[in-house]
Design a protein around this ligand. Structure first.
Ligand SMILES: [Zn+2]
Length: 1091
């Protein structure tokens, strides 16, 4: 800590002591009270395994003196995280006796051998450790946290870390047991208890209650209410009924907010054991079996689906948002993988454990054994005694013990048994009576997974009959509007594997129809496309299109749902929800060549083999429609996907839909092409460019670029942002900066999402109270759509970086405000409020966007170090990796092998990756190489095995490609060189230099290749040398432009700068010898790796 800062703190301390002497009297009473300082909030139900959500830095037993002079040490379990030091009556307890905010602690001091003192603004705590080592550990841990925390000189709140205060309700409550008055406050998802309002301001509390597992209940008394957690009940009393009402509302709101504020994943992953797959331990599982209560990785989820719905109900944490009620999330928080596995996996012998790398067969076997056969489960002690099990279940319903319930249900207890209580005859009603809503949820999930119920439900949906209107089927895609007159009414039936239609309900003669297995696609039209409001199309395998319609939205919906369910494999049906288009397509990556697809908004769900994957089409790395065959290549972060052309009409529809949903440049931010992190590509690329080249540029964002450049670049982005690349020299940093500004100024809705929201942001700038202002900004920020919020965050982060270098670039916060205010708010700039908002966002970036100040500082420091280092030297920067397309053996439409190529990938590596991808074993004598092929000119160049791929790939012009194939001549070349002592070659060759269209003639000239130089004589040996080139600078191609009509087929082309020479040998032998000598000189003899 710097001296100056220490002085200030000391002053503050003095100030505080003065304050205290003024309040001497009060001090006295506080002292009295603090002798009985501890409030005991013991659990009635101890957690079996303390799965703490806090990130504990250190925990252990310490002895502490009672405050104010007491001499008897008390043994306490002490826990330290980055924000608080808490101590507990014992290790089992959930609720602390005290929590001290480290924000209020200004130093920690070692005393004697084993003791240390914690000095807070209002109190000093003395702790005694068992030995010096232990003491020193505590002191250094606390010191580290204190030094990590940024001491603000005017701390607004000592209890909460800066910027994290969001109190929604506070006040005094009377706690009933132990009976005491507490100051209570709801901050985000926790309820905090304090002995008094003063203590809150001094940074000291009693305990905090996690509301995620809490429940609010009305009390017996008109003025009392109870908050229950799995560990104990807290009863409170207030002064009036209306006050009670307000508390109950605020608490209930806090409970549901605490569960919904994060995504489902983030919520359930808070429990450590939920962060790995319950079966194979892969990390961050995104699936769950909601009846078995385990979280699963994608592969295990696939195996679970194979068990069938009645055994395992698989749901996605990310996609099935509606399934995840607060109570279901609580089931996974309170039970989760840790406890559920205590039951399901109690007896897994080490040899039968499932590893993350297991194949699908091993996986399915393990999972079938584990859940379907219950092979490893822990038997309940009452196993086999039906009546006792049922009784135990009824008892469990009145407690919070979910593991007991899970065990009972899966050891034979009858979920629908009679409780012998007429008012609450079933276990479910009993759980509800005792307000055990989480138990009720667990039971419901179990009951609804029982086979009988599901079958009834499926049968309900799968057979469907009713009137629909239908047009005559067609062999072409239906693009034109069909008026009502084109439709006729038909009685349609779906069931028994058939979709059929009849003239009317009474008719027995089928009018037409198709087998469900022959339906290859269902497409839902947007309302109003045809005469009937709601229409959908079915495509048959034979290539016919059937159009159905109705004016009733719910009828249409039912039919679509029924057909979806009938057509799609169950694994895909479960995840797809409502979709716009679904069906099967030929796909290279699928095992039998058929993949199942389902398009829902921007999401394309894909079922290949037995794995469902979801592709956000906006985040595609590449989308290619090959014009001749009509195939589609999608490249996403999971790899490439080749959808093969099909002449049936459904394929065109897929093409259009995928294109439409892959993001468009003229739409709102959320409909743009996105990066993997969800940032619009245009913003990302521009910021990246400016960060690399423009941060030190004076007047960046303020100076204008060349208008035509800006227009051209923006057009490119709007046309297809993914494919936009440019080199540093093509556009100046100011061109790029202005492209970004124009994009932000013109994008639909703007960053703040519409006029109305713009106004709300502008209103906040007018507020007086700085603290309230920040809170308002935070609220507005959280109300923005995800994409807008992330875009705003990266943008402001970037501006923070820009202004950090304002000494170099002259762009102060004020300057940036002037430029970006009107840009982001899409205004004319007359009103300065817009600029003020941008300035405030930059100034308060950390607190508004909740970014740690120390992280930001580290980033800024690192950036200036890098920039300093590179200020003098220009860097050659190529993207760190990109997707490249390479052909194998010959170029064929759609046969491109796509692979990720990193900046340092060599040709040797590329060849081996391509062969591996295609399953080709490399044999030594075969010599696979990679060639740069110039299609039109019939020329190719063998790339040296150590050459880097990316620079070559980026330099390829339109009709060039990379080709991996066997190199037949390399062995002959090597043989020739083996016997060679002197590396040189000379002799006559037929040579042609094309200077103009007229001179295309080959003349025999003497050529000489020796030392490192290639010499070209005017005529034959002895004549004047006309040209001389360093061999290493020459690019050597095999073949000659066919237009030149070379006199022999054994040609070579030399390219140096812009000059091209064509050389023709008399025979193959000669060609090999020249080539070998060229190669060998060019790479100092290192022609082939393993020779
Ligand atoms: Zn797994």
């Amino acid at each position: 800590m710097s001296l100056k800062k220490e002085d200030v703190l000391r002053d503050m301390q003095k100030c505080f002591f003065n304050l205290k002497t003024v309040e001497d009297k009060k001090e006295e009473t506080i002292t009295e009270r603090e002798r009985v300082d501890s409030i005991d909030i013991r659990c009635t139900e101890y957690p079996e395994l303390k799965e703490d959500f806090r990130q504990i830095v250190k925990a252990g037993w310490l002895e502490k003196t009672p405050p104010k002079g007491g001499r008897i040490y008390q043994r306490r379990w002490v826990q330290l995280d980055s924000e608080y030091l808490r101590y507990f009556q014992s290790i089992k307890e959930v609720y602390s006796k005290r929590m001290v905010s480290l924000g209020s602690v200004f130093k920690v001091v070692s005393v004697g051998d084993v003791r240390f003192e914690l000095h807070s603004q209002s109190r000093t705590f003395l702790f005694r450790a068992e030995n010096t080592q232990e003491r020193d550990d505590w002191v250094s841990c606390i010191e580290k946290i204190l030094s990590d925390r940024k001491h603000s000189l005017e701390p607004r709140n000592l209890f909460f870390k800066n910027g994290s205060v969001s109190v929604s309700f506070e006040g005094y409550l009377e706690m009933l047991s132990p009976r005491t008055k507490v100051y209570t406050l709801i901050n985000r998802d926790k309820l905090f208890l304090f002995k008094s309002h003063e203590e809150y301001f001094q940074g000291m509390g009693i305990t905090d209650i996690d509301m995620r597992m809490a429940n609010v209940r009305d009390g017996e008394n008109k003025r009392s209410f109870t908050l229950t957690t799995p560990y104990r009940a807290f009863s409170f009393m207030v002064d009036s009924e209306s006050e009670k009402q307000r508390w109950c509302e605020s608490l209930t709101e806090c409970v549901s907010r605490s569960l919904s504020c994060d995504g489902v994943c983030e919520s359930v992953w808070r429990v450590q054991a939920n962060r790995i797959c319950a079966d194979c331990s892969s990390s961050m599982p995104e699936w769950a079996s909601v009846n078995l209560c385990v979280l699963l990785c994608e592969k295990c989820a696939g195996a679970h689906r194979n068990l069938g719905q009645n055994i395992s109900k698989v749901r996605s944490l990310k996609l099935d948002e509606r399934v995840w009620t607060d109570d279901l999330i609580r089931v996974f928080l309170m039970l989760g993988n840790g406890k559920a596995n205590k039951f399901w996996g109690a007896n897994i012998p080490p040899s039968e454990r499932l590893s993350a790398s297991a194949n699908s067969e091993q996986r399915l076997k393990h999972i079938t054994d584990k859940y379907k056969n219950g092979k490893y489960r822990k038997y309940h002690k009452l196993f086999g005694q039906q009546e006792a099990l049922n009784n135990a279940l009824c008892l469990a319903m009145q407690s919070a013990d979910l593991l007991e319930t899970l065990t009972l249900l899966n050891c034979g207890a009858d979920a629908a048994c009679y409780t012998r209580i007429p008012e609450f005859p079933t276990p479910l009603s009993l759980a509800k009576r005792y307000s055990q809503t989480v138990q009720a949820e667990l039971l419901t999930q179990y009951i609804t997974s029982e086979p009988i119920t599901t079958e009834v439900k499926d049968a309900d949906i799968q057979s469907q009959c009713g009137y629909l209107f239908k047009t005559a089927s067609s062999a072409r895609p239906i693009t034109e509007h069909k008026p009502k007159a084109d439709f006729s009414q038909r009685w349609c039936c779906l069931g028994d594997g058939m979709f059929s239609y009849y003239r009317n309900e009474q008719s027995h003669h089928k009018n037409g129809g198709m087998k469900i297995s022959e339906i290859i696609c269902l497409s839902v039209n947007s309302p109003g496309k045809h005469g009937y409001e709601h229409t959908f199309e079915l495509y048959s395998e034979e290539g016919r299109v059937y159009l159905f319609g109705t004016d009733d939205g719910s009828i249409a919906k039912n039919w679509i749902r029924a057909v979806t369910m009938a057509v799609l494999p169950p694994a895909l049906f479960e995840v797809c929800g409502t979709c716009d288009r679904l069906g099967r397509l030929r796909c290279t990556e699928a095992s039998h060549g058929i993949g199942w697809f389902c398009l829902s908004g921007f999401k394309l769900h894909v079922l290949l083999e037995d794995t469902v994957q979801t592709i956000d089409l906006r985040k595609l790395l590449r989308l290619k429609f090959s014009n001749t065959g009509g195939a589609i290549v999608l490249v996403w972060r999971g790899g490439p996907l080749h959808l093969q052309a099909d002449r049936r009409p459904h394929f065109v529809g897929w093409q259009t839909c995928i294109q439409q949903k892959s993001g468009a440049g003229n739409e709102r931010l959320s409909q743009q092409q996105l990066t993997d992190l969800g940032i619009p590509v245009t913003i990302d690329r521009c910021l990246d460019h400016i960060t690399r080249y423009g941060l030190l540029s004076p007047g960046i964002y303020r100076l204008s670029g060349i208008n035509s450049h800006v227009t051209k670049l923006l057009d490119k982005f709007q046309n297809n942002a993914r494919t936009v690349t440019w080199c540093e020299s093509e556009y100046s940093v100011h061109d790029v900066a202005n492209t970004l500004k124009r994009f932000l100024r013109e994008v639909k809705g703007g960053v703040f999402n519409g006029q109305e929201n713009n106004a709300s942001w502008l209103r906040v700038a007018g507020l007086e109270d700085g603290c309230e202002k920040i809170q308002r900004y935070q609220i507005l920020l959280s109300n923005l759509p995800d994409i807008n919020r992330e875009a705003l965050k990266v943008l402001i982060h970037h501006l923070v970086c820009v202004q950090n270098l304002s000494n170099e670039n002259q762009m102060t916060i004020r300057n940036l405000g002037i430029v970006f205010g009107p840009t982001l708010f899409q205004t004319d700039g007359k009103d300065t409020t817009a600029s003020q908002v941008v300035e405030e966002l930059i100034q308060n970036y950390c607190s508004i966007f909740k970014v740690s100040e120390s992280d930001l500082e580290k980033q800024l420091n690192m950036m200036s170090v890098i920039l300093d280092k590179h200020k003098s030297q220009t860097l050659i920067r190529t993207p760190s990796s990109t997707i490249c397309g390479v052909y194998l053996e010959k170029k064929e439409e759609g046969a491109e092998v796509l692979l990720q190529v990193a900046a340092d990938m060599t040709v040797l590596k590329l060849v081996s990756v391509v062969l591996e991808l295609k399953g080709i074993q490399q044999v030594n004598e075969e010599c696979w190489s990679c060639f740069e092929v110039l299609e039109k000119e019939d020329m190719e160049r063998r790339l040296h095995y150590q050459e880097r791929v990316l620079p070559v790939y980026f330099s390829l012009s339109n009709d060039c490609h990379l080709l991996v194939k066997k190199n037949h001549s390399i062995i002959r070349i090597m043989r020739y060189l083996e016997n060679k002592v002197n590396l040189s070659k000379s002799g006559p060759l037929r040579v042609c230099e094309v200077k103009s269209e007229s001179s295309k003639n080959f003349h025999t000239r003497h050529c000489d290749l020796s030392a490192e130089t290639f010499r070209l004589h005017k005529e034959l040996l002895g004549s004047q040398v006309e040209k001389e080139y360093p061999v290493k600078e020459i690019k050597l191609y095999h073949g000659c432009r066919s237009k030149l009509h070379p006199p022999t087929p054994w040609g070579l082309t030399l390219i140096h700068d812009k000059q091209q020479w064509y050389l023709c040998c008399e025979n193959e032998e000669e060609l090999i010898e020249w080539t070998a000598t060229f190669y060998s000189i060019q790479c100092n003899g290192d022609i082939w790796p393993s020779w």
